[in-house]
Design a protein around this ligand. Structure first.
Ligand code: CMC
Length: 429
């Protein structure tokens, strides 16, 4: 990072301040305001942190204007074409692609941590059968701090590594459990002979009464979706993980907080909302009505799966998923009228001045649900699928932060409440 300066001048006070400029390896220059309050008495106001870099990170790069996404420098298009989810996990965590021995060791370590403590399975049975799987996933991951409390110290590199591997390995086991509990199916245990994605599909769909063969088309499609969702720099859930991590909280608490943040419909919960929205629209003839609703400032309806804080261009992940959607549905011999509906909706929105002006394009969640649905994954599990993949990003970001701990995350506020006043006893009010 090299720096030069920007001069900030305060007309009223007649003072000037030199703010250093931080430049990363790519991306826009950033003003360093660390000393702003000390030197001027001012804070900055940035609701939603839309203009604020909360950390420096070497993991993921996005150029929202150009629609670029890279993990550790590698374009998402190349990784999704040629890599596997587990290899991407290694890359995100370690910074480099593994050689054959490193990959084998990593795969082995993840594979042999996939079982969860049996009491965690008992814990899952305490949830009501119709609990939302995201509620169960957040609860179960948070509870891991109670099951694996011997290795929670974020300051110990060995404990960090073990927690990271446990999290990535056990997340699919827990996710499948959430689904099975809802179905009333017995617990499925991980099969070490399968790869990461196949093992998850087997835990989701196998039942004791029938043989189950993982469909390679389904496993490949899911692996692709996992790669695309693995990390996305300082989004709301990742920032949550880092904020919780900055307090020194244990890794399971950090990831549970990330899952909770992901659940919101403006974030990862959008994939579930997209399918519900497409179901509600129901037919191509209703599209204009819903597009009008999305444009109406007095109507809270938004086109789910559209728009992004950072991308002011087509989300590169959406382009890949859109193409995969056609291929996967064709290979699985599935026809889904929702795909035609989604494509038509996209076309109408992309030609509409409201969406053009605001640079609103389909995001990663617009088409992902159609693939999940074709794989037999129920809508309520969509955000859990996102969470399985994003666990890798959260873990990588948490490890990066833990290696170079920063100050506790603690934003300021513009106070708009009452000024000081005296307490009035109850009988005098
Ligand atoms: N439908 C209709 N209008 C929209 C939409 C939408 N999906 N998204 C943004 N707008 C409008 C918004 O009302 C605002 O209009 P105006 O300038 O008249 O006030 C303008 O576009 C700018 O939007 P914003 O709300 O300031 O943008 P933001 O950066 O704060 O929000 C977002 C980003 C993703 C939360 C938002 O676009 C949205 O709610 N999209 C739908 C939910 C969704 O698909 N979320 C998934 C995001 S990608 C997966 C992930 O990483 O989580």
């Amino acid at each position: 990072m090299s720096d030069n300066k920007v001069i900030l001048s305060d007309g009223a006070a007649g003072t000037k301040l030199e703010l250093p400029v931080i430049r990363g390896t790519e991306g826009d220059p950033t003003l360093d305001i660390k000393n702003l309050h000390k030197e001027t008495g001012y804070f900055t106001y940035d609701p939603g942190f839309a203009q604020t870099a909360s950390c420096s990170s070497a993991i993921t790069f996005i150029d929202g204007g150009k629609g670029i996404l890279r993990y550790r420098g590698y374009p998402i298009e190349q990784l999704s074409e040629s890599s596997s989810f587990l290899e991407v996990a290694y890359l995100l965590i370690n910074g480099e692609l593994p050689n054959a021995d490193e990959m084998q060791e990593f795969d082995h370590d993840i594979t042999y941590h996939t079982m969860v403590h049996e009491k965690l399975n008992t814990f899952m049975t305490g949830f009501h059968y119709d609990a939302h799987p995201m509620a169960m996933a957040a609860g179960a991951i948070g509870s891991m701090a109670a099951f694996y409390h011997d290795r929670l110290d974020p300051e110990d590199p060995k404990q960090r590594e073990l927690a990271a591997k446990r999290m990535i390995a056990k997340m699919p086991t827990i996710a499948a459990s959430c689904y099975r509990h809802h179905r009333g199916w017995p617990t499925a245990y991980p099969k070490n002979s399968l790869n990461y994605t196949e093992r998850f599909l087997d835990m989701m769909f196998s039942v004791p009464a029938e043989p189950y063969e993982v469909n390679p088309v389904a496993a490949k499609a899911l692996d692709l979706l996992f790669i695309l969702h693995a990390d996305h720099e300082q989004n709301a859930s990742t920032s949550t993980v880092r904020l919780v991590g900055s307090t020194g909280a244990n890794p399971y608490a950090c990831i549970a907080a990330g899952i909770a943040a992901l659940w919101g419909p403006a974030h990862g919960g959008a994939n579930e909302s997209v399918l519900n929205m497409l179901d509600e629209i129901g037919s191509v003839k209703n599209i204009p009505k819903y597009v009008d609703k999305a444009k109406d400032r007095d109507d809270p309806f938004r086109l789910m799966g559209f728009g992004h804080r950072v991308y002011r261009n087509y989300d590169p992940r959406a382009s890949i998923i859109r193409k995969a959607c056609h291929e996967v549905l064709a290979e699985l011999n599935v026809t889904d009228p929702l795909l035609d509906l989604a494509m038509e909706l996209e076309q109408v929105a992309l030609k509409d001045e409201f969406f053009v002006e605001r640079k609103l394009y389909p995001n990663v969640d617009f088409y992902s649900g159609i693939i999940y649905k074709a794989l037999g994954i129920p809508t309520s599990m969509f955000t859990v699928m996102f969470a399985i993949a994003r666990t890798v990003g959260w873990v990588a970001q948490w490890l990066e932060q833990s290696e170079n701990p920063t100050r506790i995350g603690r934003p300021r506020q513009v106070y708009t409440g009452p000024v000081a006043r005296d307490y009035i006893p109850l009988d005098k009010r």
